[in-house]
Design a protein. Structure first.
Length: 395
């Protein structure tokens, strides 16, 4: 039977990593996959994670299954981080499931929507993370796009976005990026978030927040401004969050799906269907990564240490943004790249064309997504001069 199976196309992002690894050039640069790199170009294990792991290994007494939705301690830790001061008010009408990464949370949502609301269409920003449409297509959820980004000005096209959201039919679902928009790095302002939430509430639309980068833009509470706007205006909401980036737990696949309903009873009924969806997929989540998060967020000293390391990662990325702008100018590039300073998170929509990206890879061993998205966290003091020379050569 396998003789009749056709070769699948490589993933547009993870496939880049495979090509990068096969490149023999010792000076190659990988700006493709969204993984944080430190000043040496390596993805570190946070010191606070190591401390938490030692505690877990010393105290762990069982390898028995977790419940379908994970531990109660993990759920409380996730909600505390998401909701902050609003935790006590929102917890009674919300429920959280531990999922295998943020992607796992999205797929569970997709299956849930397909089964419970088969007529609903999911609206995605244009552009969005390339895996978003694929995940929901695989779950059988139809998708459409709403306007989001002004490629000429390199900012959120808020008027076009709001106009598009005002046309979304009642009962549909709108996916929003909580912060550090992937791939553009351009986020709505605080005032814009308030208007977005009000429009979605008035339309009777279900917001779905992909919140994979909390703490990577401005800070833990600052990055939740969109979430707070949505919980204030909308009676229902789903949040897919991840600890891959802000805890550096990429390979542990630590994510969460948090459902908020208008009333506790409605939350319980909807969550029961999510549990059924999980049971027929991966059955229950892995333990180790979630235990790390619960341990750190549940201990005041570890929580403080984590916030320090998170700030260090955030600051390094922002420093590299400034260095990239200055480095391009030093190479004689006259195009205005100052917008890169204003973008937030790991990604920048550089404005490079697919052809220019191809030349960077073929001529300079610099790997980026063909849309022009670059992972700023992949830039270091050791490779930035070569990167800027490469970009200058293909412009």
């Amino acid at each position: 039977m396998f003789d009749r199976v056709e070769m699948a196309a490589p993933d547009p992002i993870l496939g880049l990593t495979e090509a990068f690894l096969a490149d023999p050039n010792p000076d190659k640069i990988n700006l493709g996959a969204g993984v944080y790199k430190d000043a040496t170009g390596k993805t570190p294990v946070l010191k606070v994670v190591k401390l938490a792991e030692r505690r877990i290994l010393e105290s762990e007494a069982s390898k028995g299954y977790l419940p379908i939705t994970g531990s109660a301690e993990y759920a409380a830790a996730v909600q505390g981080l998401l909701f902050g001061d609003e935790y006590d008010a929102l917890a009674p009408r919300s429920a959280t499931a531990h999922t295998p990464g943020g992607t796992g949370a999205l797929r569970v949502v997709g299956d849930f929507l397909h089964r419970q609301f088969p007529q609903a269409t999911l609206w995605l920003s244009q552009p969005t993370w390339p895996n978003h449409p694929k995940v929901f297509e695989a779950a059988g959820v139809p998708t459409k796009a709403y306007a989001y980004f002004d490629a000429e000005k390199n900012v959120v096209d808020f008027d076009a976005m709001l106009s598009a959201l005002q046309q979304v039919p009642e009962g549909d679902v709108v996916l929003l990026h909580g912060c550090c928009h992937n791939p553009t790095g351009a986020d709505p302002s605080d005032e814009a978030w308030t208007q977005i939430a009000e429009v979605l509430a008035s339309r009777g639309v279900l917001p779905l927040l992909d919140f994979a980068y909390q703490g990577f833009a401005e800070g833990i509470r600052e990055d939740a401004v969109g979430l707070r706007a949505l919980t204030s205006a909308c009676p229902e909401l789903i949040v897919c969050s991840s600890f891959s980036k802000n805890f550096g737990l990429y390979r542990e696949r630590v994510g969460a799906l948090t459902l908020i309903a208008a009333e506790p009873d409605a939350a319980a009924r909807a969550f029961s269907q999510l549990k059924t969806t999980i049971r027929t997929n991966y059955s229950n989540p892995p333990s180790h990564g979630g235990a790390i998060v619960s341990t750190v967020l549940g201990d005041a000293d570890l929580r403080t240490a984590w916030e320090v390391e998170l700030a260090e990662m955030r600051d390094r990325i922002n420093q590299m943004r400034g260095a990239l702008v200055e480095g391009l100018a030093a190479q004689g590039v006259t195009r205005d790249f100052s917008f890169i300073r204003q973008q937030r998170g790991m990604f920048s929509f550089s404005g490079l064309s697919p052809e220019q990206v191809d030349r960077l890879r073929e001529e300079h061993s610099i790997y980026a997504v063909r849309s022009g998205r670059i992972n700023v966290a992949g830039i270091t003091e050791g490779n930035i001069e070569r990167l800027c020379k490469g970009i200058a050569a293909v412009l």
